[in-house]
Every structure is written in structure tokens, then in C-alpha cells.
Write a protein that binds this ligand. Structure first.
Ligand code: ATP
Ligand code: MG
Ligand code: MG
Length: 549
């Protein structure tokens, strides 16, 4: 029986070990049909991390067998984002690199009477395999002579057939309880130009046919994939055995499912195409490019996925847990700036017009290494409208008429003496205060943010538009919504505020952080390149995957 000849098996194993030198070889195999999302970071971490942990190698392999859905921008972004996460592929390959070899193997498969060309319609195939049928019916084409299938397969490749008129199907086991054994399609006719092979092929191999054979050709030692492929393990092994080729071992791990968002490229594409978000990098999404745009560092993402473990249980994780990991990661390293979202003008009446104190303000209250900035404190400052109230109360500690409040880092607290409001709307437009710079100043119970008006130093920096993002979905499980997940969209997920103000150190800091980010990215990819197959973030924490044989 194929695959069961102990001598063949031993030889194949020897060959494999010679090719890999007994190392762990893995691959991360995305389909280039969209941008990667947070879920993929787990697969990236598992594949690259597992190989690096064992001193092995990890390929980035584009599974480009669906030319109709693939686009150049997806390929480029996937490479970029893998590197951004700190991993450098040992080799970048494409399933299409092997189209010739896969074609030859298909001919071999037919010759071994393990595949046949079938002309049934999709509907017919579905009906034969119908849900209630435990043993599907064999169609008339299944028993056609080998030579006929060989001829028909060549005709398929020569463009003799239109899409759906002919498929190459594997002759598996219709009596098996696993539907993955019911004569899966190996090749179909597609009228599509391919990103890399252009118009060379009229037929394209399917995922089920390609994945295991390319794993085999590339000498993958551990084919790590998510649990929805458990049933496919049997067809994976069947095909390797049917062709007597080296059979990698497939092991499965649970998907990462971040709740309250969509973890599927196809559905994210709908959100983009239908204008619910501004693009694949819209900060409300959990694609990796959206997280990068939001300022989430790659280390925070890896720190998050490294806590998930790689058992077969799916990880259903609350967004709050992810955000918390990111906050913790940024806590000690992110500089703090003063910002007032809805500025309210405060005039300090008891100081002269040209009053100016330069305040030395640390960028972080507990991390002096981040340095400090000099910000002006003058007669006119702005505070957040939310930090002022007309009606005082016992549990309210910020500014109100007659009440004092502290200003972060400023030399003295202020006390509100009066205010001006708009006659028509009643809205407070200006607040007048006294600087408590003499005698015994009141001890403030709260401190608030502020920015000062100081034209010659460019303070404050005025922000045209501030976008505050709220969850894109109303519930934790948008997929449960009726009629579809879009019914769960929160129509107020983006709040736009005009005219906010931020302290004057914003610009130098923004320039510095852009320069740092570029520098870090350069250093990271140089480092990753220096150690073949090893990403800078894979360390001893990478979890062990239990062998399963
Ligand atoms: P999508 O449904 O978003 O398109 P996919 O599984 O089809 O996801 P692929 O491009 O085929 O995406 O994925 C490449 C690899 O990443 C596969 O091995 C897949 O199992 C893994 N992967 C995809 N989504 C997740 C996830 N949510 N958690 C863990 N691994 C994932
Ligand atoms: Mg896929
Ligand atoms: Mg998919």
C-alpha cells in the first residue's frame, strides 16, 4: 500500500534529514488575499518562534493559488509586517514556484489511479456528498480509464475547458467518515491571470492539493496550522502517501479570536469596500497595519501573543485584555504630553501681560531617562472645558467659581474669581483666576492639564482634528448579529474634535519618534538578517509544542 512500505518511509525520512540536517523547519503560509490581522500574529509567532527557539528555519510562503483574489499590495504588506514584528524569513517562497512540479505530480497521481478528471457540476458534486449521505456516491467519471483522465487533464491544462467544466479530483476514500476524504478537487480551470505566472496556466491547484505537497517539497519538519485543519490532516497524509513523497508532520494550535472585532480578511475587506472604515489601516480595525498606525509597538503585540499558549483550544480574548497588555508595555516608555481636547480660556488676572515662567516638565513622571521639555506658563492658559463647572459639589475637586485647583508642574495653584459666558447659549467662554503665588497657597485636591498661550515659542500647538476611536462593534461577538456582522456596527465609533491644543514639545517629539521608529526598524531588520532564521523577539519564552504521533 502507498506510504506504508517501511523501506520507502525510511528512505524518505533519511532524505528529509539530510536536507534539513535534522533542524526544525517551519513555514508561515499566508494567502495573499488581504492584510494580516492580529490573529495572524499568533501564527507568525508560533512558526517563526518555534523554529528560532530550536535554532531552525522558517519560510514565509505565499500560498498564491487563488489568482482571482490576490493583489501585489497584499504580498508587499505581508512581508513588511512580518519584518515589522521582528522576524526575518529564511526564504520567501510562493506556492506558484512549484506549479511545474505540482503539475508533474498530478500526472503521476493519475497514473497511479489516484486521481481522475471529473465533469460533474458543483451542484452535482454537492448533491453526491450531501450532508445526510454518510457514504457519498461515486460519479461516473471516477471509474474512467487512466489514459482518458491523462488526456482530459492535458486538455484542461491546454485551455480546452471553461471554468467548472472539468476538475481533477483525487480518488480518495468515499467510505471514510471524514468528508475531507471524499475525492477533493486537486485542480480546477480558472480564467485568471496570475500575479507571478501571468497567463501560463489555465488550471490552478487547490489548497488541499498544494499545501501538503509544497510542505513536502520544502522539507518542512513541523507543519503548524490552526485547528480548523484537523480534519484535513488525513487528506494531507493521504496525498503524500499516495505519491510516496516525504510526509511532514502536521500539528494544530487554536486560533486567536479577539472578541468585539472581526478576525477574517474576507470580512475586513467588506468593511473597507463598503466604506465602514477608511481603509485596512483604519485605527478601529485589528489588522497589523492598523495597530502600527495607532502606535502599538510590535513588542507589545508579541508580548500579548506570547501569553496565549499554543494548545488546541481557541483563544477567545477580550479586546480589553489586549489593550491592557499594550498599555502595560507602553507605561514606562511613552512620553506624556499635556493636551486639552476642548480648550477653555483661563486668564490669570493678578500677573502682568508679559508674565512668563519656563516650566521644566519631565516627559514621564517616573522615568527621568525620557528627559523633559521646557514649556511656557503665562497669563493666558487653556484648560479642558470638562475641568470647569459652574456648580460645585463635595466630590468635585477641579475648577469652579471660588474654588482652587492645581496645574500639573506649574509653580502655583489657581483660584477661580469670575467667568464670562455667552448670552445666547449660556456656555462659559472665559474664566478668570488668581495665581496663588503669595501667602500660604491653598492645598489643591486635584491637578489638571493645561497649555499656555505664548506666541513667540509657538505655544500651544493647535490641532485641526482629533479623532477619538471607540469600538467599531457594539457587542463582543459581531458574528452573531442578524442578518450579518455589519448589523452590529457602532455608528458612533469615531468622534472628531476640532481645535484641541497640545503642549509645544509636540513637534520635536513627533519628529523624534518618527526618526526613532525608522532607526529601530532598520536595526531590527539588519539584526534579523544577521542571524538567519532568527527573529530578534524569539527568546526562551517561546512555548514548546507537544509532539503528537
Ligand atoms: P482569514 O480567514 O482571515 O483569511 P486565513 O486562515 O484564511 O484567515 P491565511 O492567510 O490562510 O488566513 O493564514 C495564514 C496562516 O495564519 C494560517 O496558518 C492560518 O491558520 C493562520 N491564522 C489565520 N488566522 C488566524 C488566527 N485568528 N489565529 C491564529 N492563526 C491564524
Ligand atoms: Mg487560508
Ligand atoms: Mg481565509
Amino acid at each position: 500500500k502507498p506510504g506504508e512500505n517501511p523501506q520507502t518511509r525510511a528512505e524518505l525520512r533519511e532524505q528529509h534529514l539530510r536536507a534539513t540536517d535534522g533542524q526544525v523547519w517551519t513555514r508561515f503560509p499566508p494567502e495573499p488575499n488581504g492584510y494580516l490581522h492580529i490573529g495572524h500574529s499568533k501564527a507568525i509567532f508560533v512558526n517563526f518562534g518555534y523554529a528560532a527557539h530550536h535554532g531552525g528555519k522558517c519560510y514565509l510562503r505565499f500560498d498564491d493559488t487563488n489568482p482571482e483574489k490576490e493583489e501585489a499590495r497584499y504580498f508587499e504588506s505581508i512581508i513588511e509586517v512580518v519584518r515589522w514584528l521582528g522576524f526575518e524569513p529564511w526564504k520567501i517562497t510562493y506556492s506558484s514556484d512549484y506549479f511545474d512540479q505540482l503539475y508533474d505530480l498530478a500526472i503521476e497521481l493519475i497514473k497511479r489511479d489516484k486521481a481522475y478528471v471529473c465533469h460533474c457540476t458543483q451542484e452535482q458534486i454537492k448533491a453526491d456528498r450531501g450532508e445526510k449521505i454518510s457514504a457519498p456516491k461515486a460519479c461516473v467519471h471516477r471509474s474512467r480509464p487512466i489514459q482518458e483522465s491523462l488526456d482530459e487533464f492535458k486538455k484542461m491544462a491546454d485551455g480546452h475547458y471553461r471554468p467548472k467544466e472539468a476538475n481533477l479530483r483525487m480518488k480518495m476514500d468515499l467510505t471514510d467518515g471524514n468528508p475531507q476524504m471524499w475525492d477533493l478537487t486537486a485542480y480546477r480551470v480558472l480564467d485568471a491571470s496570475h500575479h507571478r505566472t501571468l497567463d501560463k496556466w489555465k488550471i490552478y491547484p487547490t489548497y488541499d492539493y498544494t499545501h501538503c505537497l509544497v510542505d513536502s517539497i520544502e522539507n518542512i519538519s513541523h507543519s503548524l496550522c490552526t485547528t480548523e485543519f484537523i480534519a484535513s490532516r488525513q487528506s494531507y497524509e493521504w496525498l503524500c502517501d499516495a505519491l510516496d513523497v516525504y510526509k511532514p508532520r502536521q500539528s494544530e494550535f487554536g486560533r486567536l479570536n479577539l472578541q468585539g472585532t472581526i478576525n477574517s480578511k474576507r470580512k475586513i475587506l467588506q468593511l473597507v469596500d463598503e466604506g465602514y472604515v477608511s481603509g485596512w489601516d483604519d485605527p478601529r480595525l485589528y489588522t497589523l497595519i492598523a495597530l502600527r498606525r495607532r502606535g502599538v509597538p510590535p513588542g507589545a503585540i508579541l508580548s500579548f501573543v506570547s501569553t496565549l499558549g499554543v494548545s488546541t483550544a481557541a483563544s477567545n480574548i477580550q479586546i480589553a485584555r489586549f489593550e491592557q497588555t499594550v498599555r502595560q508595555y507602553l507605561e514606562g516608555s511613552a512620553p506624556r504630553l499635556f493636551m486639552v481636547l476642548r480648550p477653555l480660556k483661563v486668564i490669570i488676572e493678578n500677573v502682568p501681560d508679559d508674565y512668563l515662567v519656563m516650566v521644566d516638565k519631565p516627559f514621564h513622571p517616573k522615568n527621568p531617562q525620557l528627559g523633559s521639555s521646557q514649556i511656557p506658563f503665562t497669563r493666558t492658559i487653556y484648560i479642558d472645558a470638562d475641568d470647569f463647572r459652574l456648580e460645585d459639589s463635595k466630590d468635585y475637586f477641579r475648577l469652579a467659581p471660588g474654588k482652587s485647583v492645581g496645574l500639573f508642574q506649574a509653580p502655583y495653584p489657581i483660584t477661580c474669581t469670575s467667568y464670562k459666558s455667552d448670552i445666547a447659549t449660556g456656555e462659559v467662554t472665559e474664566v478668570f483666576c488668581r495665581l496663588e503665588d503669595s501667602g500660604t497657597p491653598p492645598k489643591p485636591k486635584a491637578y489638571i492639564q493645561w497649555v499656555a498661550e505664548h506666541v513667540s515659542s509657538g505655544s500651544p500647538v493647535r490641532i485641526d482634528e482629533t479623532r477619538i476611536f471607540h469600538p467599531l462593534f457594539k457587542s463582543d461577538n459581531p458574528l452573531a448579529a442578524v442578518p450579518d456582522f455589519k448589523a452590529d456596527i457602532n455608528s458612533n465609533s469615531m468622534e472628531v474634535i476640532k481645535g484641541a491644543m497640545v503642549e509645544v514639545s509636540f513637534w520635536p517629539l513627533a519628529k523624534r519618534s518618527i526618526a526613532d521608529a525608522l532607526e529601530e526598524a532598520r536595526a531590527r531588520s539588519a539584526k534579523a538578517r544577521a542571524v538567519p532564521g532568527a527573529g530578534s523577539h524569539c527568546d526562551a519564552d517561546t512555548p514548546e509544542i507537544a509532539p503528537e504521533q
